[in-house]
Design a protein around this ligand. Structure first.
Ligand SMILES: [Fe+2]
Ligand SMILES: [Fe+2]
Length: 168
């Protein structure tokens, strides 16, 4: 996503997810840090919106991608501190997200697969649909982007400062 609010400028996207965004269960994702520099709601919207644009360009089911992408990390714990006996965070949290998502909206088979398989690569669960693969790849990309972009900006500022010093 080019900016935090880019998704608001796409009326079709907004119409696909506005009922979900109005849900307290989705809103409260803003209270959880995701990749150090972003909260879980910002991350979920970025994954949903970027995946939606790709799916639309590829003539795939962009409705399912937008909605399930938004719900793919619908869990409420800090993954950096909470550990589970039953498996790793990568294995557990898609299942928790699916259970929470089912409480707020009916989900079709593709939407369930998108949520459940979004950790493909870290887990062995192979996506059944192209739509699931898109969300999984965009999720990886956003995680990297959210983690590194503030560091990149900091580095760019330092380089600029040093250049200014050396030109004198
Ligand atoms: Fe996730
Ligand atoms: Fe994610």
């Amino acid at each position: 996503m080019k900016s935090k609010n880019e998704w608001r400028t796409d009326p079709e996207y907004v119409s696909l997810v506005e009922d979900l965004l109005a849900q307290p269960a989705v809103k409260k994702l803003a209270n959880y840090t995701q990749h150090h520099h972003s909260n879980r709601l910002q991350h979920s919207i970025a994954v949903s919106f970027d995946s939606y644009k790709i799916a639309k360009r590829m003539h795939l089911n962009y409705r399912n991608v937008a909605r399930a992408g938004l719900l793919h990390d619908l869990f409420y714990y800090d993954w950096r501190t909470t550990k589970f006996d039953l498996g790793t965070h990568a294995f557990i949290h898609p299942r928790v997200a699916l259970r929470n998502a089912e409480k707020i909206t009916p989900l079709n088979d593709m939407e369930k697969d998108i949520i459940l398989k979004h950790m493909f690569g870290a887990t062995m669960a192979i996506p059944k649909y192209w739509e699931s693969l898109i969300v999984s790849l965009v999720d990886d990309f956003e995680a990297e982007h959210e983690f590194f972009s503030p560091l990149r900006a900091k580095l760019a500022r330092k380089i600029r400062k040093r250049r200014m010093k050396t030109t004198w």
